[in-house]
Design a protein around this ligand. Structure first.
Ligand code: TYM
Length: 336
């Protein structure tokens, strides 16, 4: 805590978002959302469904509307408490798009061109390389800076975007005077990078064409166990975390992230046991962790009026907070 914070004993601000482009994966959960839940007690937390970011890839409008609502419900089902945290849908707060534009005017073309996510996504969809995909990091910087976040809990794949955010904030402060707090990433001890179960050198992702590669947090127990049983490992028979054992390393990471056990404890627990036993154990702890989420989600999706009310409440509260930094930024830039 710095001196100024100590004097005002200000609670630190946490902010993060997730795209509603399909059911969250185990990677989303262990890399980000599980952490979000634990941070609620200690910090002022703002969490949102990043539907504006999801516009960068074509999606049927009716499906998009449904997906944003489902993602909001999933966040609550994962344990985010809308009484304790501010949970909202990004596009319901116009300040995000406004801030995104202003910050895009301080975003160097060269920096944007170097973003790995831009390069990956444009290689994957060469038929739809749109400007939104390119300026995506400026929108994300706006999301974070609008709320003057101290920490941004994300998975390792967002590191470059966070660095970009800090650079834009520093540039703005230098050009227009001190305005933004520079945020820091907040990564889980285990689970910052959950890999595909079928190709453990690649990130576990929502859009993997191989259905066995990804655990979705709404998968039922049988499906989860089956996917873990068919996870790619190696031809040795030792449960140990080391280079060249990508599949086992990934399973150990997942087991560690769910149970809180260290890698050494896991090696000791499974000494002399086979990969089959280990895969079943990982599948079982994951299924046990996800079961209440699945049940909460089913319940929430049936309560239409509760969900509608929480979505509206979240938007109103978020807009109120975001507006303060937006107005300040506009004044500094000479817009009002
Ligand atoms: P998104 O929707 O791709 O992912 C949401 C969160 O899940 C993490 N994640 C993973 N963590 C570990 N292993 C994986 N395999 C894995 N896959 C995804 C991501 O790191 C992320 O934390 N740009 C963001 C959304 C966003 C945002 C923001 C985040 C928009 N504005 C402001 C933080 C702050 C994104 O696309 O996340």
């Amino acid at each position: 805590m710095n001196e100024k914070d100590a004097v005002t004993s200000r609670r630190k601000i946490i902010l993060s978002g997730i795209q509603p482009t399909g059911t969250f994966t185990l990677g989303n959960y262990l890399g980000a959302v599980k952490n979000w839940r634990h941070l609620q007690e200690e910090y002022d937390c703002y969490y949102f469904v990043a539907d504006l970011h999801a516009l960068t890839v074509y999606h049927d409008p009716a499906a998009r509307r449904k997906a944003s609502r489902a993602a909001f419900a999933l966040l609550l089902a994962c344990g985010l408490d809308p009484e304790q945290s501010l949970v909202f849908i990004q596009s319901h707060v116009p300040a995000h798009a406004q801030m995104g534009w202003m910050l895009s005017c301080l975003s160097p073309f060269g920096d944007l061109s170097r973003m790995t996510q831009f390069k990956d996504k444009s290689a994957k969809h060469p038929e739809d390389i749109n400007a939104g995909l390119f300026t995506y990091p400026a929108l994300m910087a706006g999301d974070i800076l609008l709320y003057q976040a101290d920490y941004v809990p994300v998975g390792a794949d967002q590191t470059q975007h966070l660095e970009f955010t800090r650079n834009v904030a520093a540039r703005f402060n230098h050009v227009y005077g001190e305005t933004f707090r520079l945020p820091e990433g907040y990564f889980p001890k285990a689970g910052a990078r959950v890999m595909s179960l079928q190709e453990p050198t690649a990130k576990m992702s929502k859009s993997d064409e191989n259905a066995k590669a990804t655990i979705y947090i709404l998968d039922d127990e049988k499906t989860i166990l089956k996917k873990f049983k068919s996870a790619v490992t190696d031809s040795e028979a030792e449960i140990a975390f080391r280079e060249g054992k990508d599949g086992i390393n990934n399973l150990m990471t997942i087991y560690s992230a769910v149970t809180g056990k260290s890698l050494d404890e896991i090696t000791a627990e499974f000494a002399g046991k086979g990969y089959g036993d280990f895969k079943t154990a990982v599948g079982t702890v994951v299924a046990d962790e996800l079961r209440p989420i699945r049940e909460n989600y089913a319940r929430l999706m049936e309560d239409k009026s509760y969900l509608d009310a929480e979505i509206a409440k979240g938007a109103e509260r978020a807009a109120h907070i975001a507006e303060r930094t937006l107005k300040k930024t506009m004044r500094k830039m000479g817009l009002c």
